[in-house]
Design a protein around this ligand. Sequence first.
Ligand code: NAP
Length: 316
Amino acid sequence: MSKHDVLVFFPPRPKAMAQLEAAYTLHRYFEAADKDALLADVGPSCEAIVIDGHTALTRAHLDHLPNVRIVVCSSAGFESIDVEALKERGIQLTNSSDALLDDVADVALMLTLAARRQLVAAHNYVRSGDWGQRGMYPLLSPISGKRAGIVGFGKIGQAIARRFEPLGLEIGYTARSRKDVPHAHYPDARSLAAWADILVAIVPGGEETRALISGEVIEALGPSGTLINVARGSVVDEPSLVEALSTGKLGSAGLDVYLNEPNPNPKLTSLPNVTLYPHHASGTVETRDAMAQTVVDNLAAHFENRPLLNPVYALS
Ligand code: NAP
């Protein structure tokens, strides 16, 4: 039996790529010197696309791919993919949130604890000898009993809430829709921030959420508040964040993501009240392999007419 043709916009990790090579005829868009020529040549025969969430997949690409029925994305986010164009053409989309939600929630927790308890500054206090010279490190504020507002209450937002609860944090959230959970729902990020001590952003990127965490939201969080961003850099109004952290309008921030990656604004990264991580929330070997495996498993399910394991939406 002939193999299905699959177009690879972005290759998954080697073990997964080897499985794809064995099962399908792969066309390597990501390394083609003349991408237009490749699309014109093999586009009509391709039935599936393998991609990650940072690589563009546009309406113009899809015009050359009339027989594609599924896009399998190895990331959780997919703002670089034209989802409306996929839906219009009846194309399925899968992602990898289920594989990475524990790691990303762990990093949200880590950044929260590190920012609130000043881990980096305290570490340097010991290492530099300041402790011996200057005495006890300044007193801080406990985590327990504080209020954590989660902006975006999907798979990862709910995994973050599950980690926060045992710490004695009270949870509130905002999302497009109200959830059947015992936590307070807030209609928007501004009202959630006014209630919260800690605000965690974990919504998708893209135009709809650009600067959702606005200057107004940051000021509502206030001088003793902490902003944690494990979503996308675009979700936060970064100039307002720099201004608020520099002038004491916001207490602290813990950031995994930035507007300009991998060279974030030095005005932000040099501030003493930020704790920084290099967009590495899902950056463990096991999780990256599990994310890549979702690509293999969803493609297999599609071609064997089984239900998809990680569908992003249901086609009507
Ligand atoms: P998800 O399950 O789809 O959840 C997204 C949540 O955001 C949902 O609760 C959704 O509301 C809410 N939301 C969407 N648009 C909104 C808006 N305009 N205003 C308010 N809330 C909005 O996605 P997920 O798997 O939790 O992942 C969320 C995002 O995390 C990803 O898209 C990605 O950008 C980011 N991420 C980052 C990393 C990292 O390395 N730092 C790793 C993985 C993912 P409804 O529930 O009402 O639909």
